[in-house]
Design a protein around this ligand. Structure first.
Ligand code: NAP
Length: 285
């Protein structure tokens, strides 16, 4: 049985760790704010890590932290303590360059790395039905597969290190455009005085139906913006995507608009609110 550690117990990580415990794979959890790790460890009957040393006996360590710097910090600490042949799986959304840098620093210690960002939102994490986009070696994925399977609906090996994050960047272009369209459309519907209870199922039944409208349409019309997916994380993702898209040389009108909108939203104090708070901007130019 694989011994697994999980670091980053936020909106996504905590439910993922619960699935690992249910699969009998979870040994130890860690988090920047120690109290969160202590509480979840007590609930799940596993160890709460005080430092990287507490992960030394793990075969697999999964991360779902916030930023590139958080992934680099954790991977650097894990490289010191994990045994040869262990696998680090990163579910955070970070740049392709960060994935490559972390893979290299772990490889120097004989530790494998998979960039494995996820899509499906907090609902996907809570239902154990995430789409996981993986970059790295097949052998490392086979070793870590029982861990990822605990919370995945689909696991796709997309290519070498960085291919998972590249796939997630494409995913976020679609998410950015959908969010722009849904928030603008529903802001318009409010101005036109349309009844939300009739409007939302009507839109969902036709060609405009989508995940964001289904999961966030009713709540955004009630000004309920509990995350979900924080706007500050969306802005982080979009800046990564903007860099990749400009380098690739495509037109970036949708991405540029979304970056500008989420930057303004964060500036207006909505950083910790769900991305559906974008409707607040769309109501007032
Ligand atoms: P979140 O709710 O803010 O949780 C992040 C967690 O990571 C927090 O518990 C935080 O600790 C911990 N953390 C941050 N830096 C750390 C570090 N250096 N060491 C240890 N723990 C650290 O964010 P989330 O929504 O779960 O998202 C996590 C990642 O998944 C992000 O990269 C995000 O872009 C991505 N993602 C999110 C969604 C979504 O719908 N929410 C979907 C797909 C992908 P504290 O308790 O100290 O804050």
């Amino acid at each position: 049985m694989l011994k697994t550690g999980f670091i980053g117990l936020g909106a996504m990580g905590a439910p993922m760790a619960r699935y690992l415990r249910d699969a009998g794979l979870l040994t130890v959890v860690g988090n920047r704010t120690q109290a969160k790790a202590d509480a979840l460890a007590a609930e799940l009957g596993v160890r709460s890590a005080r430092s990287a040393d507490n992960f030394a006996d793990c075969d697999v360590v999964a991360l779902c932290v916030s930023l590139d710097a958080d992934v680099i910090e954790n991977a650097t600490a894990l490289a010191r303590v994990l045994k040869t042949g262990a696998v680090v799986v990163d579910h955070s959304t970070v740049s392709v360059q960060t994935a490559r840098r972390v893979a290299a620093l772990l490889a120097a210690e004989g530790i494998a790395f998979l960039d494995a960002p996820v899509s499906g939102g907090v609902e996907g994490a809570r239902n154990g039905k995430l789409s996981v986009m993986v970059g790295g070696a097949e052998a490392a994925l086979e070793k870590a597969r029982p861990v990822i399977e605990a919370y995945a609906a689909r696991i796709s090996l997309m290519g070498e290190t960085g291919a998972g994050q590249a796939t997630k960047a494409v995913n976020q272009v679609l998410v950015a455009g959908i969010n722009e369209a849904v928030c603008e459309g529903l802001a318009l519907a409010e101005k036109l005085g349309l009844d939300a209870e009739r409007l939302l199922p009507t839109l969902m039944a036709g060609a405009a139906g989508n995940w964001f409208l289904e999961k966030r349409g009713a709540t955004m019309l009630r000004d309920a913006f509990a995350p979900g997916f924080k706007s500050v994380h969306m802005l982080k993702d979009l800046r990564i995507v903007q860099g990749i898209a400009r380098e690739a040389g495509i037109r970036t009108a949708t991405i540029d608009q979304a970056v500008a909108d989420y930057a303004e939203l964060v500036e207006r104090g909505y950083g910790e609110s769900d991305t559906s708070a974008l409707i607040a901007l769309k109501r007032k130019p």
